[in-house]
Design a binder for this molecule. Structure first.
Ligand code: ADP
Length: 587
């Protein structure tokens, strides 16, 4: 490409040079020709005048010597000399002699002779029938007894010969000037070609994305100006492309970081883009791009909504269950993408957690109502019995004891619910200090003396050497252990054996509460920490539990930074393990 450009410039310059040389040659040739003709004409006229003068001065020249005189003059002047009498007879001619001369046609009608009758001097060019050439005639009328006109003529073959000579000279000159023209053309085309080549090289580099500017400038002329303008345009475009790429990366990062699914459709409903969340919800694969939504979408309930958005309307939200995972509920909102592109944008919100929380709340309210209704019904029944038909004092006392037990149970339930509400609201904060585990456990066992004695249980405390102190909130630790030990006492059979163990691990204190009760079935091990969850409702209500003790334990342990798990002992019975992280390995 570049070579071709340089070649073109070279060719143009060369042709201009060559044509100029040829034109100059032709002009020169025409000019030389004119000069030559003018010189010949002037010489012929002067020679004619000279011959006329000589003949005028020699009036006594006899008639028979006239031809001889013409011959002599012709020889000296190198032209044809014709002496013509006033009546047109040829008296002498340098080219004809004797009989031929006598036979010569009368020249009285020759144009130059006729013209010479009117003017003293005539110069004329015409075709000569005598010589068969274009011939130049100069005629001078003289004052002589016998001769009237002296005519000198010269065939123009000489002029033609000179013209050819000049033409050859011109051709030779042009031929000689061609290498010079080529050299000049090369000198003109080479630097331009080199610059265009350099600019093309930069353009090719720019096309590959490398926008570093060339070290050498583009020059100060128009070519440089054009190159600089294009260079500036390329850089400006490059900057805009960079900005666009940057914005696009930003947008992609935002979209892929969004929890909401975003789907973009073109005006024909073909998929333009879907972020990761949307791909996950709608189970999209890479092949879906460019295909109509009816082909890849497995949620037909969204079709009408999308169709409305594509028509430029703003339809309301649609709630739907994911085809691939019925446990997930989503809400889809569609909107027109707006001018000028058109199309639609679909935003999908996963509201499963919201729905689950709603269900949990409803279950909770139902459970609370149920838990409160049972003791309330009992209390009301016994109170009515006491009021309607007062029984004997002994039975009355039994009724009152039942009423008191249910009241206490209700009070405990309300207390536990309030505690749970406080924990849920984050209103309790741990107050971490180094506490003596032995005295915490002593306090718990003292609190539980009633139930322990009542069930004739045995509570054994086993504190490992490094596990006597723990950094924790003693009040909350007390509540955790109290709940676990009370459950162990309650669920173990009468006269049961409860063990409280504490041991130190490098980065935690591990507490275990073990009993020899019925234990907890495997399926219920994780669920016992849920609110109001009971393994066996008929059995567990008997010990007077509220069903939220373990939920409070879990909350408290997590507040202390630890974790609680339930398990079964190999020999039967349940084991609850509380792991409290400790900063270092010291006991
Ligand atoms: P409750 O007030 O009913 O004891 P909890 O939240 O303390 O409520 O316990 C939830 C359920 O876990 C109990 O109803 C019971 O079924 C089971 N559970 C708790 N501790 C034990 C244990 N030591 N042995 C057997 N089952 C237990």
């Amino acid at each position: 490409m570049t070579v071709r450009f340089r070649g073109k410039v070279f060719l143009a310059a060369f042709i201009v040079g060559a044509v100029s040389a040829m034109a100059a040659g032709l002009v020169l040739q025409a000019w030389i020709r004119r000069l030559t003709v003018e010189r010949i004409e002037a010489t012929l006229s002067a020679e004619t005048r000279l011959a006329a003068e000589l003949l005028t001065r020699n009036p006594a020249l006899p008639l028979d010597q006239l031809d001889e005189e013409a011959d002599r003059m012709g020889r000296l002047a190198g032209v044809r000399v014709t002496l013509v009498a006033d009546d047109g007879r040829v008296l002498g001619d340098s080219t004809e002699d004797g009989a031929a001369l006598a036979a010569m046609e009368n020249h009285g009608r020759r144009p130059e002779i006729q013209a010479a009758r009117a003017r003293p001097e005539v110069l004329i060019r015409r075709y000569s029938t005598t010589t068969d050439y274009d011939t130049l005639y100069a005629v001078v009328r003289i004052d002589h007894p016998t001769i009237a006109f002296v005519r000198l003529s010269l065939p123009l073959t000489e002029v033609a010969d000179q013209q050819w000579a000049v033409l050859w000279l011109v051709v030779a000159g042009v031929a000689a000037s061609l290498p010079v023209a080529a050299l000049c053309a090369w000198l003109v085309s080479a630097p331009i070609g080199r610059r265009v080549e350099a600019i093309a090289l930069v353009a090719r580099r720019y096309a590959t994305g490398d926008l570093t500017r060339p070290a050498a400038g583009y020059g100060d002329d128009e070519l440089g100006e054009v190159a600089r303008a294009l260079d500036a345009t390329v850089h400006e475009l490059g900057r805009r492309v960079d900005d666009l790429a940057h914005d696009r990366r930003h947008l992609r990062a935002i979209l892929s970081g969004m929890v909401e699914g975003v789907v973009v459709l073109d005006p024909q409903g073909r998929l333009v883009m879907a972020n990761d969340a949307a791909s996950g919800m709608l189970k999209l694969d890479g092949d879906s791009t460019g295909r109509r939504y009816q082909e890849w979408m497995r949620q037909p309930e969204l079709f009408a909504q999308i169709a409305h958005a594509l028509d430029g309307e703003a339809p309301g939200g649609v709630e739907f269950v994911l085809a691939r995972d019925p446990s997930r509920t989503c809400v889809s909102r569609a909107a027109p993408a707006g001018e000028p592109e058109g199309g639609a944008i679909l935003v999908l919100h996963d509201i499963s957690d919201l729905r689950r929380a709603d269900r949990v709340r409803r279950d909770f309210v139902a459970n609370v109502s149920h838990e409160l209704r049972t003791p309330l019904t009992a209390i009301r029944g016994y109170v009515e019995a006491l009021l309607d038909d007062p029984p004997p004092p002994e039975q009355s006392r039994r009724f009152l004891e039942i009423i008191a037990r249910h009241s206490i149970r209700m009070e405990r339930l309300v207390k536990d619910l309030l505690r749970l509400a406080r924990l849920d609201a984050g209103q309790e904060t741990p107050d971490m200090v180094e506490c003596d585990l032995g005295s915490v456990l002593q306090g718990v066992i003292a609190d539980l003396t009633g139930p322990i004695d009542q069930r004739r249980s045995q509570v054994e405390v086993r504190l490992a050497a490094g596990a006597r102190t723990v950094v924790s909130d003693p009040a909350k630790l007390h509540d955790v252990l109290r709940n676990l030990i009370e459950n162990a006492v309650n669920y173990a059979p009468e006269g049961g054996h409860v063990v409280v163990e504490a041991e130190r691990e490098p980065l935690a204190l591990v507490l275990r509460v073990l009993d020899n009760g019925p234990g907890i079935p495997l399926a219920d091990l994780t669920r016992v920490f849920e609110r109001f969850y009971r393994v066996d409702k008929s059995r567990s209500r008997a010990p007077g539990g509220t069903g939220i003790g373990l939920a409070i334990v879990k909350h408290l342990v997590e507040l202390l930074g630890g974790a609680v798990t339930a398990g079964s002992r190999a020999e039967g019975g349940a084991v609850f393990t509380v792991r409290l992280p400790q900063a270092d390995g010291k006991g």
